[in-house]
Design a protein around this ligand. Structure first.
Ligand code: HEM
Length: 515
């Protein structure tokens, strides 16, 4: 009897196991069938070998804070259009202009990949938003970047640049190598606070250095997490105390955002009460507060949007301007040509916002800086099949990572891909180059709305600074720019910092000894 019971139990167990196994197989094959297009695409395209559980993510194990560009470059050389299984997700990593152009011009494939979720530590605003939430906020902010609004920033640029020029005098002994990033960043923060938020916060005069150093640290932590799978689970991140540290670093920016929202709200109320009919320029904060008043945006979300605009508008322009000063210091012939152009505009007097469009050589320098050191890659999760050409369609469900630094160094389009050579952007060379191979601000529906503002503010700051100071360096200019190591903090950063020696020009307009 006991024997019979035992045999029945074994049979029942066996049946149970067969049932479970069949169910798992059904789920597995259903998934494979549902995603058959993805599996087929991933099989047919080249890519590194993939292993159970980790897929092909093992290549990321070599990544440190300082060699990300190098590792990606290595991978791209092996697989220029490469398929990777990363944590069970299909990725297509590419520097191919055809794929990048098709992706950026798609009106449907504008979803950011999951990697952007880590940026929510800074705020859940437009940068990470998708779907309707993104559409609503993008519609709200677009008018803030129209030409008439941008043209109204002249007085603010002039005021804060004068403060910057005064501050730089502290370091202008012509001897010491000084890291220029924080002073430049405080100035671009002052620009953004006044031009985007309508608040003169005097960040430079109040020496609010922590805003720059904290943003540098928090951005570094977020970028490290993106490429370190061990740090990705929330539980581990919290237990290691990193979540708390990030919150602490971001707090100062959130407090500043709240302060600016309060100030601008008060200003709007006072303007309404005083019944003045003066026209209010629709800067970013005006549009945002209108959207809060009409119930489209919540007050909490308005803080997130303010923080994100603060970051997007300040750290990118500061990185670009600081790179340019570093390059001037290492390449006196480029500095001299830019200086000559600036001197010819107003005979050595202040460059105004209207003058900025005449600075064609300086614009070439800005573009060449963005070609080498701009945002190195972006990511989009396809929600619809992406037809690249008659031979290639990337199926929905794949995440695509366009590597802009590979596109921007493709020898097919650049005469001296690895050199700093502003003439890549001479009128003739620009006309020869196909569209879509230089996209530091992307193209299409999700392009950077701040592109014109970025050129305007960087050119304004550099031109007026160069009238007063000359830069030099102890560091040699690298011969092969692309094959060096860099950090990534939104954009590409030098490992040695943005260091240069500063000397006040004898004929500087504010030099008491100037003739
Ligand atoms: C040299 C300076 C800049 C560069 C190279 C740059 C580049 C970019 C790029 C590549 C993106 C797309 C990022 C992605 O999809 O992952 C982007 C987005 C964005 N940028 Fe810029 N940017 C610069 C300056 C600015 C400025 C000055 C502002 C505002 C004042 C700004 C505001 C934004 C915003 C709000 C987004 C998100 C747009 C959206 O998702 O719809 N950027 N930027």
């Amino acid at each position: 009897m006991k024997l019979l019971e035992a045999s029945l139990e074994i049979k029942a167990n066996l049946l149970l196991w067969i049932g479970v196994l069949t169910m798992l197989l059904v789920i597995f094959f259903k998934q494979r069938w549902k995603h058959r297009k993805i599996y087929k695409f991933m099989r047919t395209m080249p890519g590194p070998p993939s292993f159970p559980l980790i897929g092909s993510a093992y290549f990321a194990l070599k990544i440190t804070d300082q060699n990300l560009c190098e590792v990606l470059r290595e991978q791209m050389e092996k697989y220029p259009n490469g398929c990777y299984w990363i944590k069970n997700e299909p990725w297509f990593i590419t520097g191919d202009p055809k794929v990048i152009t098709a992706l950026l011009s798609s009106s449907q494939n504008i979803h950011k990949t999951q990697l952007y979720d880590y940026f929510e530590a800074h705020g859940s605003g437009i940068f990470c938003a998708n779907g309707d939430s993104w559409r609503k906020i993008r519609k709200t902010i677009n008018p803030s970047f129209r030409t008439n609004v941008l043209n109204s920033f002249g007085a603010s640029f002039s005021y804060h640049t004068k403060t910057f020029i005064e501050k730089l005098n502290e370091f202008a002994d012509g001897e010491k190598m000084v890291d220029l990033f924080a002073p430049v960043h405080l100035c671009t923060i002052d620009f953004v606070c006044e031009n985007m938020m309508g608040c003169r916060m005097e960040i430079q005069k109040r020496n609010m250095m922590f805003l720059s150093t904290n943003l540098e640290k928090s951005s570094e932590m977020i970028h490290t997490r993106i490429f370190n799978f061990l740090l990705q689970p929330d539980l581990i991140y919290t237990l290691l105390g990193k979540k708390k540290e990030l919150q602490r670093l971001v707090q100062g920016m959130r407090d500043l955002a709240k302060e600016m929202i309060e100030l601008r709200t008060k200003y709007r109320e006072e303007t309404r009460l005083s019944n003045t009919n003066s026209e209010i320029v629709p800067i970013f904060m005006e549009n945002l507060l209108n959207s809060v008043e009409s119930g489209v945006t919540s007050s909490e979300r308005a803080v997130d949007e303010t923080v994100e605009m603060f970051i997007a508008g300040s750290i990118t322009t500061a990185t670009t301007a600081a790179w340019i000063l570093k390059i001037f210091a290492q390449r006196p012939e480029i500095q001299e040509r830019a200086y000559k152009e600036i001197m010819e505009i107003n005979n050595g007097q202040e460059i105004t916002l209207e003058d900025v469009s005449k600075l064609t050589y300086l614009e070439m320098v800005v573009k060449e800086t963005l070609r080498h050191f701009g945002i190195p890659f972006v990511g989009r999760a396809l929600v619809e099949d992406l037809q690249v050409d008659e031979k290639m369609t990337i199926p929905a469900g794949v995440s695509v990572m366009p590597i802009l630094f590979v596109l921007h160094h493709d020898p097919a389009f650049w005469e001296k891909p690895n050199e700093f050579y502003p003439d890549h952007f001479s009128q003739i060379n620009e006309q020869k180059r196909p569209k879509g191979v230089f996209v530091p601000f992307l193209n299409g529906p999700r392009h950077c709305p701040g592109n014109k503002y970025a050129y305007q503010s960087v050119k304004y700051l550099i031109a007026n600074t160069l009238l007063h100071y000359e830069f030099s360096s102890d560091e040699e200019a690298p011969v092969d720019i692309q094959n060096a190591n860099y950090r990534i903090l939104f954009m590409v950063w030098p490992l040695t910092g943005f260091r240069a020696k500063i000397r006040r020009r004898a004929n500087s307009p504010s030099n008491p000894q100037a003739g």
